[in-house]
Design a protein around this ligand. Structure first.
Ligand SMILES: Cc1cc2nc3c(=O)[nH]c(=O)nc-3n(C[C@H](O)[C@H](O)[C@H](O)COP(=O)(O)OP(=O)(O)OC[C@H]3O[C@@H](n4cnc5c(N)ncnc54)[C@H](O)[C@@H]3O)c2cc1C
Length: 320
């Protein structure tokens, strides 16, 4: 089996993948990783911490640096309604704190529907997402629904549609690696519609996704053009310097001023670029994960796609 990466053919084996997944399941390795000073620093580079207070402290620091934030309480793929309820409660507590500490106008939340019950029952996920949206409205901020693997795309967009009937500001996410996404981008580019465009993080079959990175990048530009040409509010989630440059050119060509779209990057990845864009007058939103499930988050992200492993390893070596 051969996989294409950046247009080159490479064997479809990530030698680290099975090792990482085995490590993720091993309790003693988890304890070592969680407590060793070096790995603790590494984890802290990408994850705000385990508690609401950790998340709020990192948010405050980023806001003081001129950035905006979206917070993700870690814990996806829940097949347990008590765990889904715990996730909802964590978001409600966080939203309260953001409001109380005067950060809600600069910090919103990102929610994975699988963490609030989507795999158990779509109606449960919708009801739980409604509770989070109600709390976000009371706090004076917004919610974005993260997009997960392609088997959940239709369900997530259905829930988005329901939520937007009451809260039109609920943000959508689309992934340029999926063949379907240009259609979704055109449909979602309506007035007031907040849409995050990313490449996509899950390992997807060729029947639904472009196998070559060059095709994923071209699709990203096509979708970016569709969003910029529309009346919505595009949110460009990428660390890719070439795409950041292209977005600047295309935004200008579409007459988009800074503030009518935003850049988004992950916490700990290209922090100097985040500041540079913000200093140029752009809105830059940092995606900040936090919570006790950080170990699974880092390990799964690395194992899902070979590119993710190098993605995090590269971030450890460079700040710009
Ligand atoms: C804010 C945000 C939200 C996201 N939400 C979702 C979501 O809801 N669903 C989903 O499937 N995915 C999501 N993602 C992940 C996304 O789909 C990609 O997997 C991830 O961002 C990697 O793609 P990339 O565009 O950054 O560039 P890549 O294709 O990984 O890299 C392209 C180039 O960018 C530069 N670069 C990349 N990483 C680094 C680094 N660590 N350090 C220095 N330079 C680097 C390098 O020059 C590299 O060649 C999100 C990403 C972000 C930033």
């Amino acid at each position: 089996m051969v996989r294409h990466d950046k247009g080159r053919k490479v064997p479809d084996v990530n030698p680290l993948r099975s090792l990482i997944l085995a490590a993720a399941r091993n309790g003693s390795i988890r304890r070592v990783v969680a407590t060793a000073p070096v790995s603790r620093d590494v984890v802290r580079r990408f994850v705000a911490g385990e508690t609401t207070s950790d998340a709020v402290a990192v948010t405050r620091r980023l806001v003081e640096d001129g950035l905006t934030v979206t917070l993700d309480y870690l814990g996806e793929d829940t097949t347990d309604s008590a765990q889904a309820e715990h996730t909802v409660q964590s978001y409600l507590e966080l939203l309260d704190r953001l409001h109380a500490e005067g950060l809600a106008d600069r910090a919103e939340v990102s929610v994975k529907l699988s963490a609030v019950g989507q795999m158990l029952d779509e109606d449960l996920a919708l009801e739980n997402a409604r509770r989070i949206c109600r709390a976000a409205e009371a706090a004076g901020t917004t919610v974005t629904l993260d997009m997960e693997d392609h088997t959940t795309t239709d369900s997530t967009l259905r829930i988005l549609g329901e939520l937007r009937k009451t809260w039109p500001w609920v943000g959508a996410v689309i992934q340029s690696y999926l063949h379907r996404t240009l259609d979704d981008a055109e449909r979602l580019a309506a007035e007031g519609s907040r849409v995050r465009l990313c490449k996509g993080a899950y390992k997807e079959p060729e029947s639904v996704a472009y196998p070559e990175m060059t095709e994923v990048d071209k699709s990203y530009v096509r979708c970016a053009n569709a969003l910029l040409a529309g009346d919505g509010y595009p949110m460009f989630a990428t660390h890719d310097p070439r795409l950041v440059r292209i977005i600047a050119e295309r935004a200008e060509a579409h007459g988009r001023k800074p503030g009518s779209f935003e850049h988004q990057m992950l916490y700990g990845i290209r922090p100097e670029e985040q500041l540079r864009l913000a200093q140029q007058g752009h809105t830059v939103r940092v995606y900040v994960p936090y919570g006790e499930e950080w170990y699974g988050y880092l390990m799964r992200r690395m194992a899902e796609r070979p590119a993710n492993t190098t993605f995090f390893l590269r971030a450890l070596l460079t700040r710009s």
